[in-house]
Design a protein around this ligand. Sequence first.
Ligand SMILES: [Zn+2]
Length: 457
Amino acid sequence: MKLYIFILLGLLAVSLNAKDQSSIDLHIVPHTHNDLGWLFSVASYYLGTNPRGCVECILNNVTQALYKDPNRRFSYVEMGYFRIWWSKQSTDSKNKVKQLVRNGQLEFLNSGVVMSDEGAAYYDDIIEQMTKGLKFVKDVFNYTVQTGWHIDPFGHSAAQASLFSQMGFNSWFFERIDFQDFNNRIIHKNLELLWRPKTFSDFNYILAHVNYMSYYLAPFNWCLDMTCYPSNTPFDSMQLMFKYATWVQNQTNFYLSNQILHHVGGDFEWSHKANRHFQGLQFVIDFLSAHSEFGIKPFFSTPSNYTEALYGEFLANRTKPLTLKEDDFMSYVDVPHAYWTGYYTSRANFKQQIRTFGQHLQTIRKILSKTLLEKPTQFNQTFKDFEENLNQYEEINGILQHHDAVTGTAKVKVTQNYINMITCATSDINLVRFLFIDRTYLYRYSQILLETLQKMS
Ligand SMILES: [Zn+2]
């Protein structure tokens, strides 16, 4: 994977030819964005007991639609939800989903518990929540995630770019950058760039892709679901098809290559009638394919397919070199005078609870590691009791890094729900802590844990 980076670095020093605009590869990328709490709680979003979204419905409907046609593709991000859904599947269903992953029809992006925030979340906690999800994907599917996908967090940090690079990701897709920076990048075709944060290592590089719309919804109110009325579909009119073709052609003015990515979806979209939506997109594919005068070759795709094709263009010297970036895409300003900076400090007490929750996790983990090294027999005997509570604690720690949790942008009732999670997970882990850590070390470490707990109360 990292081979790509060396290829890119080599290309930066070379003057290359302008691209051939005769043919556009249009990557149609169906996706959904599922917040782990925002206007409604995690449980409500999962079960669909709200007018906004139903994650269980999305995963049920989309997988059924994927089975019907091997050309269809779908990308999914939030392992906090996926893991719940997975635990409820039959063996037969699990085998079929594994086949979708092997076929490349179902692609995992990011694959942390959540799509984390980048301004208020601490780096320890970001690594934790990513590790939790990535390990699940690797263990269950033997799948190595290669793509970052942060379409909703409120600004993007060089630290996150560095972390994703060190996680082995080849590319990273996002949307929300300062509107003036965005406008400048449109003019200079810099919406794709090579991000090289200033870190201790010279080898932290990642290909970054800023979406053309500066937000992740489909164009022309082209909504796919009940969550985004008014809805229109590709079936509606031939006029819409011509408008869409022109819009796709215009994208080549913003990017260096002839690879164009159009992601189709939004918050909790694809909850209903997934098969019909795929049929609608197939209509678009068939229409554009039949009208060669547009010079567009459309197909279902995924971000990693897109990245691979893009690197192919770099290798074939069909583009100009990418520009370099070293600093942050912070603070986020979407329109004049609208600075998304209040969330850095809002709900300060809640932020402190989350930070201490993460510290407590690190403290417990260090003591566990020490036990494993010094008293392996005792570790194996009692860790089973501890493991379930620790897993739950790690999962909650992941949820808290969500870009509507630690940021403080969720509704009050949802934030109260997060606080309840903190209280319950802490209580549960302390029950076994008394059995395990205190007994093992004769209370040597109790004082350390007590101090972190006092901070949380
Ligand atoms: Zn979101």
